[in-house]
Design a protein around this ligand. Sequence first.
Ligand code: ASP
Length: 474
Amino acid sequence: MALLYFRLFHIAFTIKKNSILFQNTSTATCSIPDAMKPHVYKFGGSSLANPERIREAIQMVRCDPKCLSVVVSAFGARFKGDLKATDLLLRYVAKIEQPRQQAKILTQVKARFAEIAAGFEETASFDTNRYWDHMAKIFAANKHADFFITRGEHCMARLMALILGFRFVDATEFIRLERGCYLLEQSKRQAKKIRLAETPSVVPGFYGLTLGGFVQAFQRGGSDISGAMGAELLEAETYFNCTDVNGVLDANPDLVPNAQTIPIMSFDELGEMASRGASVVHSYALRPVRRARIPVIVRNTRNPEHQGTLITRREDIPTRIPGSILGLAGRNGFLPIIISKDGMDEEVAFLATVTRIFADHGLNIEHIPDSRNAITVIVNGKAFRRVEKAIRNDLAKKCHPDSISIGNELALVCVVGAAMREHSGVAAQILNTLASERISVSTISQGGSEISIVLGISNDKYEAAMRALHAGLL
Ligand code: ASP
């Protein structure tokens, strides 16, 4: 550990934060007989927000003799508006020039961990206050943000290991990353070297170690990714992703109060839902388990009797009613940037130039509906406003458009379901449902896979659209 801290002191951030990629490595072959394969659990912050929640998580693990590894997030919010550990730690890092503010934040972090530790006799030997004073000292010396913001998971894993009587294994001991990529083969070798598969362990989620010896954090919500990596490395039978809802719901319950659990869905369908706004499981998290053909069960720590959602390969899903819809996802706050130019359809690579400009300013494009003389680039509104001037300048310089205008804010609503494929009338049904509520559709798109249809509608009709579609289609 001392060596690691020493190395962290010499920081060189060459790796773009929050950008873990999964290389196209060969599919893992399972050498363990099925009956002997272990289970891997991941508990999100909401399942670890206070001692009561943690007891429920512990109970789940103790009830499963096949559980070999538990991957944990840092503590989450206890109530609406409460701050998660990572939010507090990010604020701490941001207040680098304001020691008094930092001290206040550190007091909050310490209080939450002390409260958690005090809930369990097994943690008596672990002084969380000393732990955090020590981590603050290291951060003051090395200024390594990724190291500090991941200490929430690290501290939580140490506590959970004591409570469960499992071995604590730091993610830095086996999760290997480089240039934003997850290194599967190196991670496998490391996992073997430290005999990860031999004793039940608790592992902090949300980070790994670069080949240069630096801690690298994943994206927000990235403990899902760590759990999936652990499941792949341990050749798990099942990856249990435990959270505070009854699985993946067929709509956002904040908008649609009678949203229902989806009992079974494919990795592709979950990927569509997750990337369009359903937030239960991180969309990247699916890649390692999907590659290793490990089914995922999303389960509610607070309601373990509930079956939750099984996410598995398309081939293992029973046939559904043709044309049926599985779920809805959506997000609002998008802006359509309309770029018009007479004759653009005859200009070679006009679209490529436009997308390059948006990419150069770090903007992710959601959709590009087009007509002969205008293309509409749909992007996150807040992100666009931050770089609007620069983008307008570049577009004017490199594309010479007749006009650039910005439309009203849009919500993008995504209707998901693989059974829509090759079935006529689904889009008509969706549009009729919206029309009956007088909701007009600004943009519509469906990819060749026909697994989802994305509709752009006015921001202020977002909730009404979700409710109408849920009532009409599900
Ligand atoms: N604690 C991190 C976050 O809040 C990672 C996670 O919970 O998965 O984003």
